[in-house]
Design a protein around this ligand. Structure first.
Ligand code: NAP
Length: 251
């Protein structure tokens, strides 16, 4: 059972008047989420490292009649506290508020036994999957506080809830992601209108999945666009009471 009420369907304009920042918006789940948020009326800020992919999503949003998005080029492996604070400062000049933040960008890192995992890859995985999410959250909190009902979604994984051999730094980074969600949710509960949750997509047909499971026929798993109800629900006011939860997009 997913967490979405059984009869819930997004209505036209479900996310109208909302501005949502999506990391890793150029491909896979982040791309599908950006398109879905725009379809339901949101202005989307497309953050990612490959500008050509972000431009393609930008064009798709305009082609489907969505509000003009913004492109935010950033390589989260190399972006630090100062750059993210500067980004928040720039955004605050043009945006009165931020209604949603989807932490989606991640890398797989080394799929090897811990004994063979390179320290450099370990650090890069932690940087992209955890440290950047922490720093970006910290930078965006003032803008999120300006929204009447903001939503932060951290993207988790099954191996972030139960460790599994050979998932190395990726699994550990997803445990840290759950910890980040829990600590922030506990801090904000009762004193803020921001809700904070984690979402495990389950198996989805993306480049990451195909890399992790090279022998698996790709269409074993749903395409990201088939699953977007969970993401739209978590960004809509319908989920305003959902806070501090570790959620699953698939049964
Ligand atoms: P994906 O197809 O590999 O897409 C990941 C996106 O993140 C890409 O747009 C990628 O940019 C971006 N990204 C990676 N490193 C980045 C960096 N340093 N700076 C900025 N952007 C960066 O992966 P996905 O399957 O859609 O995964 C999305 C999320 O779901 C991840 O958090 C993943 O852990 C989680 N997840 C996925 C599955 C699954 O079955 N697919 C299962 C459980 C959890 P480029 O396009 O430039 O590479």
């Amino acid at each position: 059972m997913t967490f979405i009420p059984k009869d819930w369907r997004p209505r036209d304009g479900e996310l109208g008047d909302k501005c949502i920042l999506v990391t890793g918006a150029g491909d896979g789940i982040g791309r599908a989420a950006a398109l879905a948020f725009a379809k339901y009326g949101a202005e989307v800020l497309l953050l990612g490292r490959t500008e050509a992919k972000l431009e393609a999503v930008y064009d798709e949003i305009l082609a489907q009649g969505g509000t003009r998005p913004a492109i935010v080029p950033a390589d989260l492996a190399k972006t630090g506290h100062d750059e993210l604070q500067a980004l928040a400062g720039e955004l605050s000049h043009s945006l009165p508020k931020l209604d949603g933040l989807l932490h989606n960008a991640s890398i797989l890192g080394d799929r090897k036994p811990l004994a063979q995992t390179s320290a450099a890859k370990w650090h890069e995985t932690m940087q992209v999957n955890v440290n950047a999410a922490f720093m970006l959250t910290q930078a965006m909190l003032p803008l999120l506080e300006q929204a009447p009902s903001a939503s932060i979604v951290f993207t988790s994984s099954g191996v972030g809830r139960r460790g599994r051999a050979y998932w190395g730094g990726y699994a550990v980074s997803k445990f840290a992601t759950e910890g980040l969600m829990q600590v922030l949710a506990d801090e904000l509960g009762g004193i803020s209108a921001i809700r904070v949750n984690s979402l495990n997509p389950g198996a989805v047909n993306t480049a990451m999945r195909r890399t992790a499971y090279p022998a698996e026929p790709p269409h074993t798993n749903p395409d990201p666009s088939e699953l977007m109800a969970s993401w739209v629900f978590l960004m809509s006011d319908s989920s305003s009471q959902v806070h501090g939860q570790a959620l699953n997009a698939q049964d």
